[in-house]
Design a protein around this ligand. Sequence first.
Ligand code: PAF
Length: 283
Amino acid sequence: MDIIRSPEQMQTRAADYHRQGRTIAFVPTMGSLHAGHAQLVKLARQHADVVVASIFVNPLQFGVNEDFSRYPRALDSDSELLLQHKADVLFAPAVADMYPHGTAQTSFVEVPELANELEGAHRPGHFRGVATVVAKLFHMTQPHTALFGEKDYQQLLVIRHMVRDLNFPIQVISVPTVRDADGVALSSRNAYLSAALRARAPLLYQTLRHVKEQVQSGVTDFAMLEKQASSDLQAGGFVPDYLTIRHAHTLAAPQSHTENLVILAAARLGETRLIDNLQIGPI
Ligand code: PAF
């Protein structure tokens, strides 16, 4: 596996692959890789001749009071995981090379509406940062296919919109969330949880499952379900930002319980903010 640091070198390498007629599958990450990322790389292998993974902790998608500086970084163990899962290239650029004129001076990509609610409302500017860096990474790695985890469900929809609106010739593949045995969605941020808080974490997924069961058993009073679920989370020590049932494709409030739905939640457990979701019906 080659490690490429410079955006220009990455672009040249991607152009070489295109010239050779080789297809590229891309897995963008912020590192601190876990089994969820391994799954993305494994699937990427099935979709293209060459697998490129990136590791870049993107300052543009963190708010001023968020965890950019303490976000876990583990390049050595990440490289081993990528090698083990047969990635061909690890692209790991420096912040100064991605944003040579500073993050305040960079052009950006804004995806309207979808990006301004739920995560977007609680983390203003977050999706602008995500869309901008993913667009830049797409230009640098020139993939035919890009793989994203469904755990960041709203992010997945934002990226799909950007790809559609800006005509990126890229197939976006979503990959189901990988969970620990107790149901907790794998996330690099789980490392922040103390043992005591980690023991409480399964309640988030249990609550989502309970809501899903209620909807599937015919309960149509979604406001009541959301309220009950939020208070269950609170009783278990979480501080919810939202728990909401939405249309699975638009994230609009559902008109009927027979639509494709998704239950999305974000809640703090101690200092750690966890997000998770559960789809009801096919995506
Ligand atoms: O999901 C992530 O890890 C990040 O948001 C992404 C897509 C790599 C962009 O920085």
